[in-house]
Design a protein. Structure first.
Length: 133
């Protein structure tokens, strides 16, 4: 992929993640998160965090997007963008990293900082020894 196309794709994913953030249901933590991923078929899926008063039933934005993609028949994910309404980079939690590694071990995680700078990480940078069967 050309560098220009890659940058446009990253910017599109960041924007789609910001759009998904608007649907966050986070009455307990007040920490709203949105995610958008793109598959090897160039389909985009979005997700937001959905909290529950039974905290264990809460699902993160990243897993929401992945579940939507996988339940639609997608198995090969290329990259995922994650945003929140804080001024900090929003990194995926450990559970999300394990799920991300299941479907995109060679993929990339795209984050945007408060100054609109895009940071790109390989999944293996966050979870170099992912549990794999």
């Amino acid at each position: 992929m050309s560098d220009t196309k890659d940058k446009k794709e990253n910017a599109l994913l960041i924007q789609k993640a910001k759009d998904a953030l608007k649907n966050s249901y986070s009455p307990y933590s007040k920490f709203r998160v949105g995610a958008a991923l793109i598959t090897s078929n160039d389909n985009i899926y979005t997700g937001c965090n959905i909290e529950n008063s039974s905290y264990g039933a809460t699902i993160c934005a990243e897993r929401t997007a992945i579940v939507k993609a996988v339940s639609s028949g997608e198995r090969n994910l290329k990259k995922i963008a994650i945003v929140s309404d804080t001024n900090d980079l929003t990194f995926p939690c450990g559970i999300c990293l394990q799920v991300i590694s299941e479907f995109m071990s060679d993929g990339k995680i795209i984050l945007e900082d408060k100054d609109k700078n895009i940071h790109i990480y390989k999944v293996s940078q966050f979870l170099p020894h992912a549990f794999n069967m």
